[in-house]
Design a protein around this ligand. Structure first.
Ligand code: FES
Length: 351
């Protein structure tokens, strides 16, 4: 369900260990996505299925072509395969774009945006910044980009172009291992985060209108988020992308009635039905019943499996991604979700 085929139309070297892959749908249609989302690819490695998600760096309306950007991970079997072996014309299988690290349309106007990115965390951040500036060229945006050296700056030219085009786009680069001694070593810490923000936010109203996006290694995101929270900013003002899937400490769902539950799936491809036996997840029961449901992290962190539950009740053992508003709108995660009653899940409704 919801799997599509894409062709690599172009490959661009961004840095010595990072490449952008331009993708087009095989059926010629253009993919519907929001800047900041990701694509989950399905690979077959030695007969087993492996899924990997890569952020989209392009922005609908700003660029015509969709591209993802992949950085080599020394121990990453798929990123190495993509960088070393994939070529133009290759066909890949992926799920429809998903992810909630996006510019929220209901955040309103008069906002001031702060982006903190590290390493390949710049990929979705770059997409979101372009989308904000495309819609509102006067939006005040500050970007702190932490990277290793001058050679490792992803989208170096694109970021310079944005700087030249938009006077309200303020960009600071921190290099943790610059290649020349004339450039000082800079690693973002909590005191700098506090200063960078408070130098730009001067009163109560501006604090209220500040919005933060954080993307990078877990320790980096934790430090920035923690600092902002200690500084008095609310949880709802901060968005962070989960790149690293943390250990999923399994706990059995708190469901009193442990009888089998019936699941009805409404999808573009048709109606599917299966039973879920306690304590299976909906996703796992679907797999057993050969009903292929979308998923990526399987750990309640990415939202690829999110779907609207239109009838019945789902208990999730872990949810690190859906907001209170999402839950009010009926969204549930199938990878950590267990039906507490018979349920209907509607994939035809936009989530
Ligand atoms: S697959 Fe990632 S949240 Fe369910």
């Amino acid at each position: 369900m919801q799997e599509i085929k894409v062709r690599i139309s172009k490959i661009v070297d961004e840095t010595p260990d990072t490449r952008s892959f331009y993708l087009e749908q095989l059926d010629g249609k253009s993919l519907d996505y929001v800047a900041g989302q990701f694509l989950t690819f399905i690979f077959s490695v030695n007969g087993r299925e492996v899924r990997r998600s890569y952020s989209i760096g392009s922005t609908p309306g700003y660029e015509n072509e969709l591209f993802i950007t992949v950085k080599r991970k020394e121990n990453g079997e798929i990123s190495r395969k993509m960088l070393d072996h994939f070529k133009e014309g290759d066909i890949l299988t992926c799920l429809l774009p998903s992810g909630k690290f996006i510019n929220e349309s209901d955040w309103g106007n008069n906002l001031q945006y702060f982006f903190f990115a590290a390493g390949s965390g710049i990929v979705p951040v770059y997409g979101i910044i372009k989308s904000i500036l495309h819609k509102n060229p006067n939006a005040p945006i500050f970007l702190l980009n932490q990277t290793t050296s001058e050679q490792d700056i992803i989208y170096k030219d694109g970021l310079s172009r944005l700087q030249n085009k938009y006077v309200n786009f303020e960009y600071q680069l921190f290099l943790s291992r610059p290649s020349t001694k004339s450039i000082s070593v800079q690693r973002l810490n909590n005191l700098q985060v506090e200063k960078l923000v408070n130098d730009r936010v001067h009163n109560k109203e501006e604090r209220e209108n500040a919005r933060f996006y954080v993307c990078g290694p877990t320790t980096f995101m934790r430090m920035v988020r923690f600092t902002l929270r200690l500084d008095g900013f609310r949880e709802e003002q901060i968005k962070q992308e989960q790149f690293v899937i943390q250990e999923n400490n399994y706990s059995a769902p708190l469901i009193v009635d442990k009888n089998n539950k019936h699941v009805k799936i409404l999808a573009k491809e048709g109606i599917f039905e299966f039973e879920v036996q306690y304590p299976e997840t909906i996703l796992h029961a679907g797999k057993i019943a050969k009903v292929s449901l979308p998923f990526s992290c399987s750990a309640g962190q990415c939202s690829t499996c999110a779907v609207v539950c239109t009838s019945g009740e789902v208990v999730m053992t872990k949810n690190d991604i859906l907001t209170d508003k999402d839950l009010t709108n009926g969204l549930v995660l199938t990878c950590t979700g267990h039906p507490a009653t018979d349920i209907v899940l509607d994939y035809t409704l936009k989530n």
